[in-house]
Design a protein around this ligand. Structure first.
Ligand code: ADP
Ligand code: MG
Length: 292
């Protein structure tokens, strides 16, 4: 049976925008030793803007954007949404429906347009060595500014790159420092590249980061944190975060996250309000003292 102190803490949480799917999750938060947080949509706003477009010499920008947007139109990844929105402001023709479209979680998308395979995504997805031969000096400098590099490839090799900049949420730094004050180790997990991850981690004041994570890597990292620290939470918003949310001692979803994340999580931050996590930890510590 649920303790009156737990019940009152849960309803207090709900009034303040944090939803617990059971008393045990609130209790666990009081014992939290480490927390893993996804980057895109969790530490950042998840609404990246296209900042730079660099294309191969034989292509023109309109043609390039037409192909990329046609492929990305069938993905619901935040990068895809932003790329399509940007392309539509530049194009004088409608994007088309490609064939055999595939959305490969944590990697990118691919489809055929007029018989040509177009791949759009991270360096490893299009082929790292080829990607790194394309304007590498410029790409590295843009990544160091915290921008995400998206590579596009056609049947002649790398067709170009697009970079997108996502904004760290206003509350992120305060939320991370409040967790640190509770003695909790913070780690960012992201599928993004090393340089981009490092820049966003530093902007967020987070203790540690792991870049180039596939959804399975996020699970492995949460398991490692549990072995090392004990009670571990994971915060995320995407389909790609769901397995890690399920693996953590406490899975926390951003309220505006995908349905799969919301269903898998034990706790939901209804207004995406990251500082609520440290507040809930404090509340839980107080509650656990009353119960014991
Ligand atoms: P994160 O963990 O930062 O939320 P994901 O795991 O969803 O990121 O994706 C990892 C990387 O794969 C992205 O940084 C991006 O480079 C690439 N990627 C994934 N999906 C897409 C897409 N639809 N279009 C372009 N790139 C993508
Ligand atoms: Mg995300």
């Amino acid at each position: 049976s649920i303790m009156p102190a737990t019940l009152s803490a849960i309803s207090n949480g709900a009034r303040h925008g944090i939803l617990f799917k059971g008393g045990i999750h609130l209790e666990n938060l009081g014992n939290l030793q480490a927390i893993a947080l996804d980057k895109t949509g969790t530490l950042t706003k998840g609404k990246p803007e296209v900042t730079d477009v660099i294309i191969r010499e034989d292509l023109n920008e309109e043609d390039f954007l037409f192909h990329i947007a046609s492929v990305e139109n069938y993905s619901n990844h935040p990068l895809a949404t932003s790329i399509v929105r940007y392309a539509k402001t530049k194009l004088h023709r409608d994007i088309i429906k490609p064939v055999n479209m595939e959305d490969i979680s944590g990697n990118g998308v691919q489809a055929y347009i007029n018989g040509v395979l177009w791949q759009v995504g991270k360096a490893d997805f299009v082929g790292r060595s080829e990607a790194e031969r394309f304007q590498n000096g410029i790409a590295l400098r843009l990544a160091e500014q915290g921008k995400t590099i998206v590579y596009a490839k056609d049947d002649h090799g790398i067709a170009g790159i697009l970079t997108l900049k996502d904004i760290v949420r206003d509350e992120t730094v305060a939320a991370i420092e409040a967790l640190r004050n509770e003695g909790i180790h913070t780690v960012m997990l992201t599928g993004d590249g090393e340089k981009t991850a490092k820049a966003i981690a530093s902007e967020s004041h987070i203790d540690a980061y792991i870049a180039e994570c596939l959804p399975e890597t996020k699970v492995t990292e949460v398991k490692k944190l549990k072995e090392h620290f004990g009670t571990v939470a994971m915060v995320g918003d995407g389909i790609n975060d769901a397995p890690a949310l399920a693996t953590a001692s406490v899975g926390i979803a951003m309220g505006e996250g995908t349905d799969v994340a919301l269903e898998t999580a034990d706790v939901v931050l209804m207004k995406n309000d990251l500082p609520r996590i440290a507040e809930a930890v404090k509340l839980s510590k107080k509650m656990n003292r009353i119960i014991k």
